[in-house]
Design a protein around this ligand. Structure first.
Ligand code: SAM
Ligand code: SF4
Length: 339
């Protein structure tokens, strides 16, 4: 029996949900829109086009009810993602509502950074306390080629502002063979005096990007070897760490994390659940099915139904993904699931 928090208590007092492999899920990633203003070559190379007849994104009220349900099940950390979350006009209201949910003690967001310099203070005032900004290249021309937009300078200005404002910050760069996999020296110059965590993410195959994946996938392990040879040291893994392997170097203010989804045991430490913009629970980024929750989000008195609907599905979570076999599940691209 799970205990229900007192309204406004600030803590739910429940251990996070656990699956049949003993993994716990204190972390939820919620997509607030499938839409995006970029055309990243590995994700939405032709830009975002709404599917005809597709359900729209959850409303602010539905999101608030959803998060209360997850908080009852031990969620402590929430990441707002998309698509591009900042294309949603009421994003600041979403952040404020999320920050007010009892039990959420870390509110993070992943963004392409296009509105960062303009909205940073508003988002921080609403309760955002961590941000990941995607910066696939520090070369302006390569950045424009990858994303379809010549916005690197403005995005880096937003990054500087966020650092100056004390926001906990990571940068994400997807490794692409022949496109940006020669940029380690440039990144090392940047990290010498920027106290950010840079994440190199190995390109993942999705339903739509097979040809691109075959041309540009490169093992993150190669870069990891380069780092080790340059004196970067692996940090011990914290018990609640995410999937990144973290490195530091005494001469650099920044740190480097490697996310290698094709590596052995990548899924063993999985600590997250995902919800799509229209309210489908996804037990895995590459799972074969979504579990619709929206029907449990229509009234405040449906909280128990929601909690049972989520809790009752955790046993269906697989031990690992099947990406090695080229099985990408129901994910055409990560914008659809909330990467
Ligand atoms: N639009 C936001 C952004 O780009 O940061 C949030 C959504 S995006 C889907 C989340 C993260 O997933 C980004 O860092 C993006 O680079 C990464 N991503 C998208 N498709 C990917 C793929 N096929 N393989 C690896 N990472 C991917
Ligand atoms: Fe948009 Fe993010 Fe996908 Fe790029 S990675 S197309 S910014 S959702």
């Amino acid at each position: 029996m799970r205990c229900r928090p007192e309204p406004g208590s600030g803590s739910v007092g429940t251990a996070p949900l656990a699956d049949r492999y003993g993994r716990r899920f204190p972390y939820v990633r919620l997509s607030v829109t499938p839409a995006c203003n970029f055309r990243c070559s590995y994700c939405l190379p032709h830009g975002y086009h709404a599917e005809t007849g597709a359900a729209g994104p959850l409303s602010l009220e539905e999101i608030t009810r959803l998060l209360r349900g997850f908080a009852e099940l031990g969620m402590h950390k929430l990441r707002i993602t998309g698509g591009e979350p900042s294309v949603r006009r009421d994003l600041t209201d979403v952040l404020r509502a999320a920050a007010a949910v009892p039990g959420v003690n870390k509110l993070a967001m992943t963004t392409n950074g296009t509105l960062l310099s303009r909205r940073l203070h508003e988002w921080m005032d609403a309760g955002l306390n961590a941000i990941n900004v995607s910066v696939d290249s520090l070369d302006r021309a390569a950045f424009a080629r990858i994303t379809g937009h010549d916005r690197l300078d403005d995005i880096l200005r937003g990054v500087e502002m966020a650092l100056a404002g004390g926001l906990s910050m990571k940068l994400n760069a997807v490794l692409l063979r022949g496109v940006n996999d020669d940029e380690l020296p440039r990144w090392l110059d940047y990290l010498r005096d920027h106290a950010v965590g840079l994440r190199f993410i190995e390109l993942m195959q999705t339903g739509d990007n097979l040809a691109f994946f075959r041309d540009h996938h490169v093992r993150a392990g190669l870069l990891e070897t380069e780092l080790q040879e340059a004196g970067w040291q692996a940090l011990p893994r914290a018990a609640d760490a995410g999937p990144a392997r973290e490195y530091r170097h005494p001469d650099y203010a920044g740190r480097i994390g490697i996310i290698a989804p094709y590596s052995k045991d990548f899924c063993a430490g999985c600590n997250r659940l995902r919800v799509t913009a229209s309210g489908d629970l996804r037990l895995c980024l590459f799972g074969e099915f979504g579990i619709p929750l929206r029907q449990h989000l229509q009234r405040d008195d449906q909280l128990d139904d929601l909690v049972h609907a989520i809790g009752g599905q955790i046993g269906r979570k697989e031990q690992g993904h099947f990406l090695h076999e080229g099985r990408t599940g129901v994910t055409p691209h990560l914008a659809s699931t909330g990467g």
